[in-house]
Structures are given as C-alpha cells and as structure tokens.
Design a protein around this ligand. Structure first.
Ligand SMILES: Nc1ncnc2c1ncn2[C@@H]1O[C@H](COP(=O)(O)OP(=O)(O)O)[C@@H](O)[C@H]1O
Ligand SMILES: [Mg+2]
Length: 440
C-alpha cells in the first residue's frame, strides 16, 4: 500500500472515529432531552386533567371532564385517562401518571393517565430518527471534506519523499548531476533533501576527479607509447640496420601489442571525453548512403580473408543526417568490427538503413553467436564484455567500443540498442536525426 494511501486512510479513520464519538454523545443527549420533554408534557397534561376533573366536581357537570378525557384518549400513546381513583393494579406495559384533586364534598379523588410504554418509546424514537438523519448528513459532508483534507495532507507529506525517491533513482542510475529541487518547506524533509543533494554533489565531485585522473593518465601514457611505437617501426623497417627473420617476428608482435594498447588508450580517452561532454563535435549534414558504403568497404579485405559475406541494404533516397562524420564513422567501424570479430567463417554481415519515424535507423546484423537477452543493455557499459563470447572473438577487445558508440549516438540525439533476433546472430540498431531540406 502506498504511503499516500496509508496516510489518507489513517486521517479518514481518525475523522470517522471522532465523528462516531461525537455522534453517539449527541444521540444520548438528544434521547435524554426527548425523554425529559415527554415526561414534562405528560405531567402538564395530568395537571390540566386534574384541574378539569376538579372543576367538573364543583359544578356537578361531568360533561366537560368526559369530553376532555376522551380528547386525551385520542392520543395513540394514551391507554386510559380517568378522573376516578381505583385500587386496581396498573396493567403491564403501562406507565401511569396520577394526581389527587379535591371533590365538591371535600374528599379526594385521583386523575389518572396511563401511557402505553411501547407507543411512547416508538414516538420518542421516531422523533430521534430525524436527529439521526441530520447527524448522518452532517457526517457525510464532513467526511467528504475530510477526504479532501486527507488527500491534501498526504500529498504534501509524500511529495518531497517522492522527489527524493526520484533523485535517488537518477543518481543510482548514474546521473550524478541530478539534484532534488527545493519546494520552500522548512522541516525535517527539507534537511533530508539538502543532505541528499550534498551527498550527490560529493559523488559527482569524486566522479569528476576520477575521470580527470583517468583522462590525464591516459593522455600521458600515449606520449611514451608513441615513442616506443616509432622505435619499433624504425627497427622493423630495417633503416637502422639489418634484422633477421626471428627479430622481425618479435618486432611485429611488439608492434601489434603496442597498437592494441594505443587503441585501448584512444578508446579510453574518447569515452572519458564523450562522457564528460568535452568532445568537440563538428556537426554537418552527412550523406548517409555514402558514409555507410565507405564504412563497409573499409572492411572488405578483412571480410574476404574470413570468408564472411558483407551485404548492404539501403533504402533509396536516404536523407542526410546531422552528424560529426568522423564520430559517426567510428560508430560504424566499431559495430562492423565487432560483427566481423564475432561472426564465424562463412557468416554474413548485413548493414541496412531506412527512414523510420522521421529518423534514419541503421542496422548491423550478423550471424554470430548472439548476446544473451539479459546482457543486451550491459554491453554498452564501460569495459563490459559478454563472458560467454570471450573465447569466440578473434581479437581480444577492451569492452570500450560500445560505450564509445553509445556516447557518440547520444551526443547526436539518437539512441542505440542491441537485439537478439529469433533467427540468431546479433542486431545493433541506432537512430540519427535527419536533416530536413527541400527534398531530403
Ligand atoms: N556482434 C557481436 N556479437 C556478439 N557479441 C558482441 C557483438 N558485439 C559486441 N559483443 C559483445 O559485447 C562486448 C562489448 O563490445 P565492445 O564494447 O565493442 O568491446 P570489445 O569489442 O572491445 O570487447 C564484446 O566483448 C562482446 O562480448
Ligand atoms: Mg569492440
């Protein structure tokens, strides 16, 4: 049950309880007042009856008394009314009110009125029923407004908590720049918000320091490495003296290793720069079809050597995209290189591009081992490599290529994702915003 619902229910429950208490108290008081009123009226009726009886006795004319008594008997709660005294016991279910009066000869008699208990109670209850209705209508109106107040209070209390939860999710998902906005309150929740933001700020600061360190470190490593590469290249070229076959082999593998290290540092630097938004972009209108064809042609020799078929399937009249051509080329190179790396001999790699929902969508589909469904998101994280595919790749990677791709595509306002199609292999897809001109 959500906190908001719980708070609303508690407030409403308390209100209902208070109403039940006030309602019962009101009912008891009302009933007491009704009974007292009934008693007073009965006494008054009796007093009047005794006076009429006394008057009739003085004048020896009982017609007036008789007509008064018959009038009284018309009341449905009255069982009997008389001016004559009696020793007979009062019938059950009757409450008798009696009063002595003086007869003409100086002796005493009694005026008696017997009320039917059940009828009196029924009359009292019927009058109370009105009061109960009044109470119920007041209760439902107050409960309705109570509900509004409960919802309002619950909302005011839970809103800052929801904002904090949103912030925690954002920071947890890596958006360290997210801050929970202030909403003008000055209570414990505001303190919590301020502390949360301070914590996020510290995390962001640490993250910036880490990135700066990696960036500088990587950058500094590239200088000596380029020196080492140049020396190996010179030795390998034979310009500094003759080398034998064995030495050539060693130099070649040193060169390959230093090139891999160079690529690794390059990827690392790009990722850091792209992810901190410090990568200068040169966005222009790029002819999509040309770029895609050039990219795939760059891999034709490698594909031929591995007996892999490269296919291109482009929609006619593909519009141009808004992009930094070099960066976009890097995305394509990474995706095609991955596909080539993981696709076994005699496989097929298809590069296709279509216009979808006002964007160009590029697909790179291979017939390789595929990627497990639960890792389709994670492969875009820095350094992530699919455990199952580690032995399959021809050249060992760094796990940075797709992270670079994701940062570049995101910088272009597009989206990249991977799919595991039912018919096998892996399909990478990314979208790019289109340049709209007259006939594009
Ligand atoms: N076409 C593909 N087929 C199968 N697995 C792939 C493919 N592309 C990428 N992967 C998996 O995703 C991981 C991350 O790719 P990437 O970031 O390019 O790093 P790298 O290629 O350096 O390992 C790879 O290690 C591999 O496990
Ligand atoms: Mg790669």
């Amino acid at each position: 049950m959500s906190l908001r619902l719980r708070i609303s229910l508690v407030i409403l429950g308390l209100m209902a309880l208070a109403q039940a208490m006030f309602g019962s108290a009101y009912f008891i008081l009302q009933r007491r007042a009704e009974l007292a009123d009934t008693y007073n009226r009965s006494m008054e009726t009796l007093r009047l009856a005794a006076a009429v009886c006394h008057e009739s006795s003085l004048t020896d004319d009982w017609t007036k008394a008789n007509s008064h008594l018959s009038f009284l008997r018309e009341d449905p709660t009255v069982r009997y009314a008389s001016c004559t005294d009696t020793k007979e016991p009062i019938p059950s279910g009757v409450r008798e009110f009696s009063r002595y009066f003086e007869l003409k000869d100086g002796s005493r008699s009694r005026a008696r009125i017997g009320y039917n208990n059940a009828a009196v109670n029924a009359a009292v209850h019927s009058r109370l029923r009105g009061a109960i209705w009044d109470m119920a209508s007041i209760a439902s109106i107050t409960l309705f407004f109570g509900l509004l107040v409960a919802l309002f209070v619950a909302r005011t209390l839970t809103r800052p908590i929801e904002a904090l939860a949103k912030g925690a999710r954002a920071v947890g998902e890596g958006d360290l720049e997210y801050r929970v906005p202030a909403d003008g309150r000055e209570d414990e929740l505001e303190t919590l918000r301020a502390r949360f933001n301070a914590m996020a700020e510290r995390l962001a600061e640490t993250d910036r320091m880490k990135r700066n360190f990696i960036q500088n470190f990587t950058h500094d490593l590239k200088n000596p490495l380029s020196g080492i590469k140049a020396c190996i290249e010179t030795l390998h070229s034979g310009n500094s003296g003759p080398i034998n076959g064995k030495q050539r082999k060693y130099l070649e593998s040193s060169l390959a290793a230093s090139e891999r290290l160079w690529d690794y540092l390059d990827d690392m630097l790009s990722v850091m720069k792209l992810q901190t938004g410090r990568f200068p972009m040169d966005v222009q209108s790029v002819e999509t079809a040309r770029l895609l064809k050039e990219a795939i042609e760059g891999f034709s020799i490698r594909a031929e050597n591995s007996l892999i078929t490269l296919k291109v399937d482009l929609s006619p009249n593909l519009p141009s995209v808004k992009a930094d051509e070099q960066l976009l080329r890097r995305v394509l190179d990474n995706l095609i290189a991955n596909a080539l790396n993981f696709t076994p001999r005699e496989g097929t790699i298809t590069l296709s591009a279509h216009l979808r929902d006002g964007q160009v969508r590029v697909d790179v589909h291979d017939t390789g081992p595929g990627i497990p469904k639960d890792e389709l998101e994670e492969i875009f994280e820095n350094f992530y490599q699919v455990e199952r595919n580690k032995s399959r790749g021809r050249t060992p990677g760094t796990g940075l290529g797709l992270a670079v791709c994701r940062s570049i595509v995101a910088e272009h306002g597009g989206r990249i994702w991977a799919e595991s199609p039912a018919d096998g292999g892996t399909r990478f897809r990314f979208t790019l915003p289109v340049v709209y001109s007259g006939n594009a």
